[in-house]
Ligand binder design. Structure first.
Ligand code: ATP
Ligand code: MG
Length: 441
């Protein structure tokens, strides 16, 4: 057999248990998003290259070497989004969202970075993203961090993940800190990696973020930001930390934490685990008061975070396998024809149902069982003629017959009675049958 075309390096075909995990992460995100009142948005997968180049910063790894940039057929330079924030800020300006400020939005989907693929690092990966745009209140930072914290709680992984928090101060703080950092790094030039030597001129803060073990000693002994914080910057940070304490969000200070993107001010944070080796950051973000200005808009304070869906998915317990609760097993041509109508009826009633229609009875039952069916409906031509079907409980082996006209209702009741109707509220009506919804007043 020919091998045929292969997946592109760094991309993933997500299926089976991995797809269930992925779905679980997105579901949890959507649930918590609603609790916090963040509106759902959907963003384009590509933007004008300038949207990213101007906001993320030309000297960052993302813009300098990780973007998928290409001319389209009309000759415009487009880039596949390497993250969500820049595109959302572009939309904030081009859609006139200023009127909605402060705006709380959330989205998720694929993002693209040309990186060396490894465990937890892909070229097309997926992010959850949450942003609050148009407020300089530290309470917005607290709200976003509480959202992130509750998401990890909802996913059952809060235990193994720590929130590392820092402030990058305001412009004045940053300039003073930067000067001190350059001085420190200049003194240790000889001990820095080649990449970091290049960063020294353009973006010295990024040396602190280096993953090269050669840089770590110099980076770890670099001056921390605290000595350079202005009164305003220190006050802002104090409001964030006291807000987190009030909200019950645990955090630890990491005075050398910086983010890989240029646009951050004040709050910067990462949720980190030691369970994923080198790819230990699962969620990261901060305040980016300068970004919208960099895109040509008015000064607009904002804060946000992004999380890697794949990394979260690797951390969670195996989710419940998706199963179908009932299956029709028709035997004979009349039964098969009838089954198509019954199947539609069941699904219309909200009963998850599939049909096993290949092979002999044994094969059909095996198929239904593999799909996880708890009840199998056996339909023979004789039964069809009598207007009945046999329901077999696959767990107990018990069999009973039910009139075809009431089959959907009968199965619905069994599902409801066994708590298999997730999210569906049912009640027992006066005639003893189970009905969807709350009982009438
Ligand atoms: P890293 O330090 O791991 O490269 P980053 O600082 O580049 O991460 P961000 O730009 O902050 O990451 O993106 C937010 C999150 O997206 C990260 O915390 C991580 O969970 C995830 N992420 C980033 N790059 C990748 C990738 N190539 N593959 C899978 N997930 C990724
Ligand atoms: Mg990166």
């Amino acid at each position: 057999m020919s091998k045929g075309p292969q997946r592109v390096r760094g991309t993933q075909d997500i299926w089976g248990e991995q797809a269930d995990r992925f779905g679980r992460v997105v579901e949890a995100f959507d649930k918590v998003r609603r609790l916090y009142g963040f509106q759902r948005i959907e963003m384009p997968v590509f933007e004008d290259t300038q949207v990213f180049a101007r906001s993320i910063g030309e000297t960052t790894d993302i813009v300098s070497k990780e973007m998928y940039t290409f001319p389209d057929r009309g000759g415009d330079s487009l880039t596949l989004r390497p993250e969500f924030t820049a595109g959302i800020c572009r939309a904030y300006l081009s859609e006139g969202w200023q009127q909605l400020a402060p705006l709380k939005v959330a989205t998720h989907g694929p993002v693209f970075r040309y990186e060396r693929p490894q465990k937890g690092r892909f070229r097309q990966f997926h992010q959850l993203d949450a942003e609050i745009i148009g407020t300089d209140s530290p309470l917005a930072d607290v709200e976003l961090l509480a959202f992130a914290d509750q998401l990890l709680e909802e996913l059952g992984i809060a235990e193994g993940v720590t929130l590392q928090l820092n402030t990058l101060g305001d412009a004045e703080t940053r300039d003073a800190w930067r000067t001190a950092l350059v001085e420190h790094f200049e003194k240790h030039r000889g001990e820095l990696s080649e990449d970091s030597l290049a960063r020294l001129d353009k973006n010295p803060l990024r040396i602190l973020d280096s993953k090269d073990p050669k840089d770590r000693p110099v980076a770890d002994t670099a001056p921390a930001i605290d000595d350079f914080l202005t009164v305003e910057a220190a006050d802002f940070f104090a409001k964030v930390t006291s807000g987190l304490d009030a909200a019950g969000v645990a955090w630890t200070r990491n005075a050398r934490l910086v983010r890989g993107l240029d646009y951050y001010r004040h709050t910067a944070f990462e949720f980190v685990t030691d369970r994923l080796g080198a790819q230990g950051t699962v969620l990261a973000g901060g305040r980016y008061d300068g970004l919208i200005e960099a895109l040509g808009g008015p000064h607009t304070p904002a804060v946000g975070w992004a999380a890697g869906i794949e990394r979260l998915a690797m951390l969670i317990d195996s989710p419940k396998v998706e199963r179908i609760y009932t299956a029709l097993v028709p035997l004979g041509p009349a039964a098969e024809a009838k089954a198509v109508g019954l199947l539609a009826e069941m699904r219309g009633e909200g009963v998850s149902c599939d049909m096993a229609f290949r092979g002999n009875l044994k094969k059909r039952l095996a198929k239904a069982s593999a799909a996880g069916a708890r009840w199998v409906v056996l339909l023979g031509d004789d039964e069809i003629a009598a207007g009945e079907a046999t329901i077999r409980d696959m767990e107990t082996g018990a069999q009973s017959s039910a009139p075809l006209d009431f089959l959907a209702m009968e199965l619905f009741e069994r599902l409801a009675a066994n708590d298999f109707m997730e999210g569906v509220i049912t009640h027992v009506a006066e005639d003893g049958t189970r009905k969807v919804g709350l009982p009438p007043k």
